[in-house]
Design a protein around this ligand. Structure first.
Ligand SMILES: Nc1ncnc2c1ncn2[C@@H]1O[C@H](COP(=O)(O)OP(=O)(O)O)[C@@H](O)[C@H]1O
Ligand SMILES: Nc1ccn([C@@H]2O[C@H](COP(=O)(O)OP(=O)(O)O)[C@@H](O)[C@H]2O)c(=O)n1
Length: 669
C-alpha cells in the first residue's frame, strides 16, 4: 500500500496482463454479520482484508464472536442469535456496511451499545433506519445530531406484527440492514417490510437476498415494494462460503482494458475473481463499458477486456443500477468522442463524500468541462491533448475517487497525475496501485528518477531512502551492487585488480542478488551486514574502478527504473546511469563531518572504528573515486549541489522535496 502524502503517477502508455481482485466489500461484510448471527461455524474464503472488514471483524469480536484466521480463510463461530457481550462501545470507522446492519441487529438483540465512527460517518444519515426499527419497539437514541450516528442502542420492547415501513430512496443499506436483522424476530410469525418511495440501488438488495438464502433465510419479494421473512426463519451457517471479487473494483480494470492499447506481450487485461454471472449489481458496468466501446469476454470467474472503439463512444446513461462503478464511467468519459451524461446518481451525494461535487471538481482540474446537476453529471472531455492539465487530485478520503482518477494517467497529453492521500484505497483495495503498476507500461524515459550522488558518508543513502519512502518510489543503492560484486569476487578467490577485471565483470553480469526490504541476499545468503563494513566499502571502491565491471552492472541498475519512480544513490547516477533524470543532487559535507558521521554509524552498529583512520580512508576513497578513468565522482553539469554539513537529515530531505515539487507540473486548483 502507498502510505505517502501523495502519489505521482507518470504518464502511462499501455496495459496488459492479469489482475487477481480482492473480495467484495459488500459481500464480505454481509457474510461476516450473517455468519455471526447463525448457528454453527462458517469458514469464509477469500474475505476482503480492508479497513471496513477489519472494523466489522473487530465489532463482532467485541460482541463475543470467536474468529480464527488461517491461510486464505477466516472461521467465524456463530452466536446462534444470542450475544455473549451485551454491552459494548463499537467504533465503526467510515464503514456504512458495518454501521447500518449492526445497528439493526443490535437493536433487535438488545443490550447497551454505543455505535460511532469517524467524523464523516457522523454526517451520513441513518434516521430512516432508526425510524423503521423504532416502529418495532427498538430503543435507539442519537448521541449527537438527530438522524445521524453516533447512536446508543438499548433493550427493545418488541411489538412484532404490523409491517415495518422503511424509506428506500436514500440508501438501500437501510433495507439491507432490516432484511439481515429481522429474521431474529421471525421465529413465530411472518415479518413484513414495506418500502416507501422508489427503491434505489436494487442490485445491492439482490446481493442481500442471495446471501440470506445461503444462510437459510428465504425472503419472499413482491416487486421491490414488499419483502416477507417467513415465520420459522432461522439463520443456518452454510459451513463454507467463497467471497466473489469486488465487481466495483473490477470496473477500474475493465476501464483500463477499454482505454489502453495492449502491451506487446499481452493484448488484454484479464481480471480474475469475478465473471459476468456475478451476483453483484455493479457487474452491469460491463454493459456500460461495452456501450462505450470496450470488448469484453467472460468465463465463470474471469473477464478479459480489450480496446474496441477508439476514441470511446460518449454515452447517456441512467446509472442508478451501478452507483459505485459509474464513477469509473465519469473517467472513461474523458476519453470519449463527445459529452457523456450520467443520470440518476443522486445517491453519490451521501457516500464516503459528496461524490457528485467531488468528481465534478476533480474532473475540471484535468481540463474537462463538467456540468453538475442535483442528480447528474455531464462530462465533456478536454477538446484536444493540449487542453489536458496535469492535476493534483484531491481524494476526499474516498477510495473510489483515488482509484478511478488514476486512469487519467493514460491521457493523450503525456501528463502525470498526482493522487493525494493514496492510502484511502485501503477501504476496499489496499494494493490497488501496486496492481495497476503491475499491468501498466510506459516508456522508461517517462518514469521519473531522482539521483543522489556524492562522496562517501555524505548521507546519500539516508537521503535517497527517505525520499523514496516519502514519494512511494523504488530505491537503488548502487553502491551496494559494487559492494556485493567485491564480496562475490573475494569469495570466488579473485584478487580485486585489473588482472582479474574480466572474471569479476563476468561475476557482476550475473550477480544472483535479491533485495528484500532492507536485506540484501547473495546466492541465498543474507549479506546485509557483510557488505556494510569499511573493508567492504574499500573493496567496492577497488572493483568500481574497473571499466568492465561498471559496464556489467549497467543493465541491472537500469532495471530498477520502474513505476511509479526511482531514487538512486551512488557516484555516477546523474552522470552516467540516468543522465535524463529530472532531478540530480550532488550531496557533500566536509571530510570532518563525514568521518564523524561514519564513526557514529559504525559504533552504533557494533563495528569497531577509529575516527582518524576513518578520515584517512575516506579521503583515500574520495581520491580514488574522483580520479578513476571511467565514471569518476563529479557532479553532473545539471546537478544541484547540497552541502549538508550543517543540515539535519530532515532539513536535507525537505530541501530536496521542495526542489522536487518545484519541478512538477501540478497545479493546486
Ligand atoms: N544531514 C545529516 N546530518 C547528520 N547525519 C547525517 C546526515 N545525513 C546522513 N547522516 C548520517 O550519516 C551516516 C552516513 O550516512 P549514509 O546515508 O550511510 O551515507 P552515504 O550513503 O553517503 O555513505 C548515517 O549514520 C546517517 O544517519
Ligand atoms: N554508483 C556508484 C556507487 C558506488 N560506487 C563505488 O562503490 C563504493 C561503495 O559505495 P557506497 O555508496 O556503498 O559507499 P558509501 O558512500 O556508503 O561509502 C564507493 O566508494 C564507490 O567507489 C561507484 O563507483 N559507483
Amino acid at each position: 500500500m502507498f502510505a505517502t502524502e501523495f502519489l505521482d503517477i507518470p504518464p502511462l502508455q499501455a496495459a496488459g496482463g492479469t489482475v487477481v481482485l480482492p473480495g467484495s466489500k459488500s459481500i464480505s461484510n454481509r457474510v461476516l454479520l450473517l455468519a455471526a448471527l447463525s448457528a454453527g461455524t462458517t469458514t469464509v474464503h477469500d474475505l476482503l482484508d480492508s479497513d471496513d472488514t477489519r472494523v466489522m471483524l473487530g465489532a463482532l469480536q467485541q460482541l463475543g464472536c470467536d474468529i480464527v484466521r488461517s491461510e486464505g480463510c477466516v472461521a467465524i463461530e456463530g452466536l446462534g442469535g444470542r450475544l455473549k457481550n451485551a454491552r459494548a462501545q463499537l467504533f465503526l470507522g467510515n464503514a456504512g456496511t458495518a454501521m447500518r446492519p449492526l445497528t439493526a441487529a443490535l437493536a433487535l438483540l438488545g443490550g447497551d451499545f454505543e455505535l460511532s465512527g469517524v467524523a464523516r460517518m457522523h454526517e451520513r444519515p441513518i434516521g430512516d433506519l432508526v425510524d423503521a426499527l423504532r416502529q418495532l419497539g427498538c430503543r435507539i437514541d442519537y448521541l449527537g445530531q438527530e438522524g445521524y450516528p453516533p447512536l446508543r442502542v438499548g433493550a427493545p420492547a418488541l411489538q412484532p406484527g404490523a409491517p415495518i415501513r422503511v424509506r428506500g430512496d436514500v440508501s438501500s443499506q437501510f433495507l439491507t440492514a432490516l432484511l439481515m436483522a429481522l429474521p431474529l424476530t421471525a421465529a413465530a410469525q411472518d415479518v413484513v417490510i414495506e418500502v416507501v418511495g422508489e427503491l434505489i440501488s436494487k442490485p445491492y438488495i439482490e446481493i442481500t437476498l442471495n446471501l440470506l438464502a445461503h444462510f437459510g433465510i428465504a425472503v419472499r419479494r413482491d416487486s421491490w415494494q414488499r419483502f416477507t421473512i417467513p415465520a420459522g426463519s432461522r439463520y443456518q451457517s452454510p459451513g463454507a462460503i467463497h467471497i466473489e471479487a469486488d465487481a466495483s473494483s473490477a470496473s477500474y480494470f475493465i476501464a483500463l482494458g477499454a482505454i489502453t492499447a495492449g502491451t506487446s506481450g499481452q493484448k488484454d487485461v484479464r481480471i480474475e475473481g469475478v465473471g459476468a454471472d456475478s451476483i453483484q449489481g455493479d457487474i452491469r458496468f460491463i454493459e456500460a463499458a461495452r456501450l462505450m466501446g470496450a470488448q469484453i469476454v467472460s468465463g465463470p470467474n474471469w473477464l478479459e477486456v480489450s480496446r474496441g472503439a477508439w476514441p470511446l463512444h460518449a454515452i447517456d446513461l441512467d446509472c442508478n443500477h451501478i452507483p459505485d462503478a459509474a464513477m469509473t464511467l465519469a473517467i472513461m468519459a474523458l476519453f470519449a468522442d463527445g459529452p457523456s451524461l450520467l443520470r440518476n446518481i443522486a445517491s453519490w451525494r451521501v457516500k464516503e463524500t459528496d461524490r457528485l461535487t467531488a468528481m465534478a471538481a476533480e474532473l475540471r482540474k484535468l481540463g474537462a468541462m463538467v456540468e453538475e446537476g442535483a442528480d447528474f453529471l455531464r462530462v465533456t472531455p478536454p477538446a484536444s491533448p493540449a487542453h489536458w492539465r496535469a492535476a493534483s487530485i484531491h481524494t476526499y478520503d474516498d477510495h473510489r475517487v483515488a482509484m478511478c482518477f488514476s486512469l487519467a494517467a493514460f491521457n493523450p497529453a503525456g501528463l502525470p497525475v498526482r493522487i493525494e492521500d493514496p492510502k484511502c484505497v485501503a477501504k476496499t483495495f489496499p494494493d490497488y496501485f501496486e496492481a495497476l503498476f503491475a499491468l501498466a507500461h510506459t516508456f522508461a524515459a517517462r518514469i521519473p528518477v531522482i539521483c543522489v550522488d556524492g562522496p562517501t558518508a555524505s548521507g546519500k543513502g539516508t537521503l535517497a531512502a527517505t525520499l523514496a519512502h516519502r514519494l512511494g518510489y523504488h530505491y537503488l543503492d548502487s553502491g551496494a551492487l559494487y559492494r556485493i560484486t567485491a564480496l562475490a569476487a573475494g569469495r570466488a578467490g579473485l584478487a580485486l585488480d585489473a588482472a582479474h577485471e574480466v572474471a569479476i565483470a563476468a561475476l557482476a553480469q550475473r550477480l544472483p542478488v535479491r533485495f528484500v526490504g532492507d536485506q540484501v541476499w547473495l546466492d541465498g545468503a543474507d549479506v546485509t551486514d557483510a557488505i556494510r563494513t569499511e573493508e567492504a566499502g574499500m573493496n567496492a571502491s577497488k572493483v568500481s574502478a574497473l571499466p568492465a565491471v561498471r559496464t556489467a552492472l549497467i543493465t541491472l541498475q537500469h532495471s530498477f527504473r520502474q513505476l511509479p519512480g526511482l531514487v538512486a544513490d551512488g557516484r555516477d547516477m546523474g552522470t552516467v546511469i540516468f543522465p535524463d533524470a529530472l532531478l540530480k543532487i550532488y550531496l557533500t559535507a566536509s571530510a570532518g563531518h563525514r568521518a564523524e558521521r561514519r564513526y557514529k554509524q559504525l559504533i552504533s552498529k557494533g563495528f569497531p572504528a577509529i575516527l582518524d583512520n576513518l578520515r584517512t580512508d575516506l579521503e583515500a576513497r574520495d581520491a580514488r573515486d574522483s580520479s578513476r578513468s571511467v565514471a569518476p565522482l563529479k557532479p553532473a553539469g545539471d546537478a544541484l549541489l547540497l552541502d549538508n554539513s550543517d543540515l539535519t537529515i530532515e532539513e536535507s530531505v525537505n530541501q530536496v522535496l521542495g526542489w522536487w515539487r518545484g519541478k512538477q507540473p501540478f497545479g493546486t486548483s
